[in-house]
Write a protein that binds this ligand. Sequence first.
Ligand SMILES: C[S@@+](CC[C@H](N)C(=O)[O-])C[C@H]1O[C@@H](n2cnc3c(N)ncnc32)[C@H](O)[C@@H]1O
Length: 428
Amino acid sequence: MEVNTEVIKKIDLYKEPLKILARFENKGYTGMSDFELAFLCGAIKAFRPKKIVEVGVAAGGTTAVILNCLKSIGCICEIYSVDVCEQCYLDISKKTGFIAEEMLKEELIDTVKHEFVLGNTIAAALDRIGGDIDFVILDTMHSLPGELLDFISLYHSLDKKAVVIFHDIGQSQLGIGNINGAPFEYASLVTLATTMGEEFILPDHSRIAGLSNIGGMRLNKEILCSIDNLFLGLFINWNYIPDIRHLEEYRQRIKKEYDEQYYQMFEQAIECNMFSLYRRQGLEIPLKTVKDEFENVLKKAEKIYIYGAGKIGREVEKYIRNCFDGKKIRGHIISDKKMNTCDDVIELSEIENMDCSVIILGLHEKYHLEVLNSLYQKGLSKYVFPYNGIGFRELMKVIEYENRFYGKFELYENVYGYEQSIREGYRY
Ligand SMILES: C[S@@+](CC[C@H](N)C(=O)[O-])C[C@H]1O[C@@H](n2cnc3c(N)ncnc32)[C@H](O)[C@@H]1O
């Protein structure tokens, strides 16, 4: 990319290409404001890239503007538009990028080679796209891990002076489209802030405090390294866990392109974020999944321990005795024997060999962190069910439901209501 180094500080808004949107319904459903589109076009005009990757396409209104911009400046380049959804999430009867497709049917842009790569994350799409990417537009999930993981996946395929445009950098402050704000939508901002290079952001006077929702960065891989920062950024609270297939795509890419220590950081970040997201109740595990896993674990284990000897621990025991094999139960673990003198109680410090065992969490969530940390210290965490306590609330629902109904499913009754207390009364 031939760029005058002075250009970086003076990106000018370039509005001309936005005119294409008037041709389509609802302004091409573009997710960017006129200011943001003009900023994006200004950057394209200034840097004249040769290989562009757009991650997050939706209807493709922004793609149409980019294509029109490339046409109007006579830029010779290839451009890939990547999205995890093959159908547009705004209207699933239409293909992702349908606006840009409509445009390309009418417009011949012979200097530009455009391709949609749909149905996978950028981590997998890069196998098709290849390297030497010199311009990226990131606009995917907005909350972590979102754009950060996409950028980590892209990093080694970028030209050493690539330009990256981050959309939604003001979203966590502005909460556009959300009455009560969108405090966790800081993925683009975190990615921009942790990446080393020259930033370029223009004030947007149409927004509160002039806060812009789009910003750019030109990397300087030769002298500045971002990798440690990017991986540390993965420990800032996530707002969702990518689905298994997508996680696997990121895993493959990170394993292939980064040292083992970074791969381990990634795995650690997944584990921590599952734990913290579950604890603040943003994560729900399907009841059936938890129930199936629990049954599986109970079947496989030769020895069953229940952590906790209070009301919850006894309910867990009752469930196992009623629905499985009570003979496998070896006792209730507690942290301090002085607290409970029942015969079936074992102190954690007495426990050694746990092979072929499972430790079921049978105590209130407020004690989980302390208990899990003690089990980690003793190298016993891998025996815990649910692992790291993720799925505990759902497990309690399963147990509560079965214990009350003695294994019968009476789905149309109010489990918590007046009828239930009468039923419990006459069953005793
Ligand atoms: C906000 S929309 C993009 C809007 C578009 N850039 C525009 O300006 O009109 C976000 C898009 O990102 C896609 N997406 C979400 N996560 C993704 C990921 N990790 N990789 C690729 N696409 C993703 C969604 O399917 C959705 O179409």
